[in-house]
Design a protein around this ligand. Structure first.
Ligand code: DHB
Ligand code: MG
Length: 228
């Protein structure tokens, strides 16, 4: 076995590029959506291509048709989710910023999934409350990837909007390792810690989280399955 170390950010990026080139078939619409994140309020924070492909695989493994996303940004992940969930699917994606929603809308149309993706403009917590109040049919798959300080709140909302068997993914829960720092002053880190603590303590959920390195540095995501 090789003893070469791959432990710098350059190495992580090089390996991610290799994996993306080898495994991830992005079409023009996905590529354009990813590149369009420079026109959003938060350039370059969309999921990486390998992460988008993982979301798609998880959606398909779960047989998900109804998908809920917290945080649309440029719509890059929403395209992966909507395509994976299929032609009969419906995706609700929640976005605070009108500018981002506008960029995303164009990308979703271009990707051919515009008709099955609805962007809900406004604070994600409020949009989720409205879905709960409207007794929305349970979602099969939820991707939590909006403002991080609210992650525990979004997880609580997700529990109101899912059913046993539903899968939930929470992005960005490692934050360069800061998640293990109980005293971190960063509200995004505390948001991740609150969501992980809530998930770990909830007997309705099976949860794990994995660290990732790659084109987005050192971060990670949690995967949850609602058991009851
Ligand atoms: C940030 C947000 C994300 O969703 C992400 O994947 C990476 C970074 C951020 O807020 O910095
Ligand atoms: Mg993210």
């Amino acid at each position: 076995m090789s003893t070469e170390k791959t432990n710098t950010e350059d190495d992580w990026t090089r390996v991610d590029r290799y994996l993306i080139d080898t495994l991830v078939a992005e079409d023009d619409a996905l590529r354009a959506a990813r590149e369009s994140s420079v026109r959003t309020t938060m350039p370059h924070v969309e999921v990486s291509p390998t992460q988008g492909a993982l979301l798609a695989l998880l959606v398909r493994m779960a047989g998900a048709r109804r998908v809920l996303e917290f945080g649309t940004l440029a719509g890059y992940s929403a395209i992966w989710l909507a395509r994976a969930a299929g032609e009969e699917s419906h995706v609700d994606t929640l976005e605070l910023e009108p500018q981002n929603a506008e960029v995303a809308r164009a990308n979703l149309e271009e990707a051919g999934v515009g008709e099955r993706v609805r962007i809900h403009l406004g604070p994600a917590a409020e949009s989720a409350e409205a879905l709960i109040a409207a007794a929305a049919e349970p979602y099969d798959f939820v991707f939590i990837d909006a403002d991080k300080p609210n992650n525990a709140r979004y997880l609580r909302a997700a529990m109101e909007l899912t059913r046993p068997g539903s899968v939930i993914v929470v992005d960005n829960v490692i934050r360069g390792g800061a998640v293990a720092d109980a005293d971190s002053p960063d509200p995004r880190v505390q948001g991740a810690r609150e969501a992980l603590a809530a998930a770990g303590a909830d007997p309705r959920l099976s949860t794990t989280a994995l660290q990732t390195v790659g084109v987005k540095g050192w971060d990670g995501f949690a995967v949850l399955r609602r058991e009851r």
